[in-house]
Design a protein around this ligand. Structure first.
Ligand code: ABU
Length: 377
């Protein structure tokens, strides 16, 4: 890497993309059960409590699509980095806990976020993902050496003792009536307690000076508060949506370019959040329904709303999963060039095209896209 050519810089998700990481599927696990994670895939060889490597043929198919996506980006002149997978089947631990497996490194978006010239490692909130940053460290180190202005930060490593989790959350939550679940979501009384700051980077949507942080199954209020204090020159907004299983904001509320946010209408936003966008002249566009997934969601913990989990190459160009034809048509009518990418096989490894990437450099500077205040925003 020539020092002159590398610049860590990204303030939003739509400025022209110059440098990006694309994850790898190698060795990804169906995680061992832990307080915040319960996998239950009885029809696919992993009933409740079972854990182990995702079958080789699925991993090979996912890697083929990830490699193809990386080649597509390189073909458009975008520099691509890849993580270094480690043995995710190993038992891990700290002095306070041990756990029977790790997860994988297909979705670097969950762990890493760039804000300006800062590369920030999230706390993460699953024990199986505590050490995932190790896969990204070789690239972080290389970027740190290549760009003398890059800042490299890691949020406080969480303790993740039992005090960080609501005991027995998954034993009861799924049996609750819908309204009770939604009430828990509104109060962010989910799998995590407030014992320490916890967040996944993929719960943050970047819009220049405004950072929207979804409170979720993996991000608590304390995590959002840590981000507010860490980015004092930004407006950091904790937000929640009417979604019984909130997990990362990038399949729910997707800013596409200044003035246009794509919204998953099955997960309504708080009226105050919608109004904040509207009083600042943003259009809130409800995404069309995703295409059917039939049997392709095998071993996936994500929803079909990975349809909206797109990677923006600039404010007029979006990479979209190739079968999401209706959404592609909807966005073509809004003036976007839509680039279809085969990516269904990657879903069980942690998500869609946005999840599978981490923005290292986009052109552009810090802008204020929300000059008008509204309510708590
Ligand atoms: N990590 C992407 C989350 C996908 C979903 O909401 O289904």
């Amino acid at each position: 890497m020539s020092p002159r050519s590398v610049k860590v810089n990204s303030w939003n998700g739509w400025d022209p993309l110059r440098h990006v990481m694309v994850g790898r599927a190698d060795g990804t696990m169906v995680q061992a059960p832990e307080p915040a994670v319960r996998r239950d895939f009885p029809d696919d060889g992993f009933p409740l409590g079972a854990y182990g490597r995702i079958p080789d043929e699925m991993t090979a198919a996912a890697n083929e699509q990830l490699d193809g996506f990386a080649a597509l980006l390189e073909g458009r002149g975008i520099r691509v980095e890849r993580p270094e997978p480690i043995d995710f089947s190993q038992r891990v631990g700290t002095p306070e806990w041990t756990h029977n497996s790790m997860f994988g490194c297909m979705p670097p978006r969950d762990v890493l976020i760039t804000v300006g010239n800062e590369m920030l490692e999230a706390t993460m909130s699953y024990r199986s993902r505590w050490f995932e940053y190790l896969c990204y460290r070789p690239v972080l180190q290389k970027l740190f050496e290549a760009d003398p202005d890059a800042r490299w930060e890691a949020a406080p490593k969480p303790r993740l003792t039992d005090a960080s989790y609501n005991t027995g959350f998954w034993d009861t939550y799924n049996q609750l009536p819908l309204e009770e679940k939604l009430d828990r979501v509104r109060r962010n009384d989910l799998a995590l307690t407030e014992a320490e700051p916890l967040f996944d980077a993929a719960d943050i949507a970047r819009c220049g000076k405004d950072l929207f942080v979804q409170l979720s199954l993996v991000t608590n209020r304390s995590g959002a508060d840590w981000l507010r204090r860490h980015f004092p020159d930004h407006r950091v907004h904790p937000v929640s949506f009417t979604n019984t299983h909130p997990l990362h904001i990038d399949a729910t509320w997707v800013p596409l370019r200044p003035g246009l946010v794509l919204h998953n209408g099955e997960r309504p936003a708080e009226p105050e959040l919608t109004e904040y966008f509207k009083v600042n002249d943003w259009e809130v566009l409800e995404a069309v329904q995703p295409e059917s997934w039939h049997h392709e969601a095998r071993l996936s913990f994500c929803s079909p709303w990975l349809s909206v989990n797109m990677l923006s190459l600039d404010e007029n160009t979006l990479c979209i999963e190739e079968r999401e034809v209706r959404l592609a048509d909807q966005l073509t009518a809004y003036g976007f060039e839509m680039i279809p990418v085969p990516f269904r096989a990657a879903a069980p490894f942690g998500g869609g095209l946005h999840c599978a990437t981490w923005d290292i450099e986009r052109e552009g500077t810090l802008q204020d896209y929300f000059p008008r205040r509204h309510g708590r925003f």
